[in-house]
Design a protein around this ligand. Structure first.
Ligand code: C5J
Length: 232
């Protein structure tokens, strides 16, 4: 199997073709568009949009090679049985999880706001996981799905860097995956938190994992990688 190599922080990242999943965390309307959960917490949601184009480019590359892709959504059951009061009642948002807003009930599976933004909509055959927590392994069965497909490496994108991306990456690192986060494929409502999360991840000899720009990943796979045509 081909192994791809790229310059990353804090040192070279090597990943095997086909055993590396692209993970897109929570690129949902509720976080990215006005009127959703992110806005209800007082955030400037426009800060997340720059991640969309780099993620779209990586999705195209992964799809062209038929490599595994995971999309997550932070989304709860309509009866909120999987939303602990400690989560729902925290803070003073203008809309709480489950409340009705301009994009339907906030962070509820099946509601328009819980959908992934159209530019990054999942395609048939891609793994889509609704997660009730910030991390992608809590109460999802995703580890078993990835193990069954032989996935050993994860390339992370999505929002927000220091919340659901970092939590998921730490959970993945503990489960034995070698993880890289894409610098321009992740954003935060707080640019300084994004910078700090990236620094924490790579510190101490990649204690959680690596980070690199999307261009470095695309260059590595386009130079070395065979492209397989995949029927739509
Ligand atoms: C947050 C997320 N920030 N997807 N969720 O509550 O990062």
């Amino acid at each position: 199997m081909t192994t791809f190599r790229l310059a990353a922080t804090p040192f070279e990242y090597a990943f095997p073709a086909a055993r590396t999943a692209l993970v897109v965390i929570d690129m949902q309307r509720d976080f990215i568009e006005p009127g959703g959960f992110g806005a209800s917490l007082g955030n400037d949601v426009s800060l997340l949009a720059p991640a969309i184009a780099p993620i779209a480019a990586l999705l195209a590359a992964w799809r062209a090679r038929a490599w595994p892709i995971v999309h997550t959504r932070e989304a709860h059951r309509p009866d909120l049985a999987d939303c602990p009061p400690a989560k729902r009642l925290r803070g003073t948002p203008t809309l709480r999880i489950g409340d009705k807003g301009p994009m339907g009930r906030v962070l509820i599976a099946g509601e328009p706001g819980a959908d992934i933004v159209p530019a990054l909509a999942p395609k048939r055959g891609e793994i889509v996981v609704d997660k009730p927590g910030k991390g992608m392994f809590w109460s999802t069965g995703l580890h078993e799905i990835l193990q069954a497909r032989g996935v050993s490496h994860l390339v992370f994108t999505g929002v927000t860097t220091e919340v659901c991306v970092q939590t998921s990456m730490r959970e993945a690192n503990d489960r034995g995956y070698a993880c890289l986060v894409v610098e321009d494929g992740t954003e935060s409502y707080f640019p300084e938190f994004k910078a700090q999360a990236l620094a924490m991840i790579a510190a101490q000899g990649a204690i959680v994992g690596w980070h690199a720009p999307s261009a470095a990943i695309l260059a590595a796979i386009e130079v070395a990688g065979p492209v397989r045509a995949v029927p739509a």
